[in-house]
Design a protein around this ligand. Structure first.
Ligand SMILES: NC(=O)c1ccc[n+]([C@@H]2O[C@H](COP(=O)([O-])OP(=O)(O)OC[C@H]3O[C@@H](n4cnc5c(N)ncnc54)[C@H](OP(=O)(O)O)[C@@H]3O)[C@@H](O)[C@H]2O)c1
Length: 236
């Protein structure tokens, strides 16, 4: 029987590439997103699709009840405009927390228990260098990715001794279009050699097809010419 993979954020740049790669490799893929039209395009890969707002715990429970996944790739996320915390409107703050933090918990709540019962499964969480390096993205988005980093570590700890693997991939800039949400007016792709969604999909495939005794727990993936770090010391 084919291994089953659930991919959230499947209508996005990275998620779609992951759906393609997993479907080509022979996984039975359940692709999740919110936009029905983009989901129907994905069906050309042979995957099943479901429209779901992962911020809605009840809807997530209803949608994923009874599905036994071998792999979860959690790529759903929102970025929002480049703002400091103190200028983040409450509606945007609620959305970032709902999708990036609560949405992650809602999906894990439905997917992990059946993996535990079968003592196998690979969970891949798409994180960001924004969660570990200040100044690399919108402040609250970065905080949600810091929360994801902590969730990955705690999940791995809570699953200690089991056959389940938790892989977090902390990404630098990937050319997907998500950066339009920053509303900076700047072209962040032209002239920059960004990661491509296919590069991320290759890494995900490597992580999920590694021998069961190998857990690629934390991967940082950067464009070669993107670096973070340094310190600013302002003159008085
Ligand atoms: N691109 C980068 O440079 C980069 C860097 C670091 C980390 N990441 C992370 O990688 C992941 C994928 O990013 P991407 O660049 O592929 O972004 P993207 O193209 O904007 O895709 C985002 C995905 O999240 C889904 N989504 C948004 N709100 C949702 C909700 N309420 N319920 C369910 N799904 C929802 C979207 O579905 P619909 O469109 O159907 O609503 C879409 O499929 C994100 O977690 C992002 O934070 C990206």
């Amino acid at each position: 029987m084919k291994a089953t993979a659930i991919v959230t954020g499947a209508t996005g740049g990275i998620g779609k590439a992951i759906v393609d790669r997993l479907a080509q490799t022979g996984f039975s893929v359940l692709a999740l997103g919110t936009k029905p039209q983009q989901l129907s395009v994905l069906e050309e890969t042979g995957c099943r699709t479901l429209a779901l707002d992962i911020g809605d715990a009840g809807a997530t429970q209803a949608a994923l009840a009874g599905i036994e996944a071998d792999v979860l790739v959690h790529a759903a996320g929102v970025l929002g405009p480049q703002l400091p915390l103190y200028e983040t409107p409450d509606e945007l703050a609620a959305r970032l927390v709902s999708v990036n933090i609560l949405g992650t918990v809602n999906v894990l709540r439905e997917v992990v228990p059946s993996m535990r019962r079968r003592d196998r499964g690979t969970i891949v969480l798409l994180g960001s260098i924004c969660g570990t390096a200040p100044g690399t993205g919108p402040a609250l988005y970065s905080a949600t990715k810091a929360a994801l980093h902590s969730m990955a570590a705690n999940l791995r700890y809570d699953l200690r001794g089991s056959g389940l693997r938790v892989c977090e991939i902390l990404l630098g800039r990937v050319r997907t279009g998500i950066h339009e949400q920053l509303a900076s007016g700047e072209d962040l792709y032209d002239g920059y050699e960004c990661l491509l969604p296919e590069n991320v999909a290759d890494t995900v495939l490597h992580a999920v097809t590694s021998p069961p005794s190998v857990d690629l727990s934390t991967i940082e993936m950067m464009p070669t010419r993107q670096t973070v770090g340094g310190s600013h010391f302002s003159r008085q």
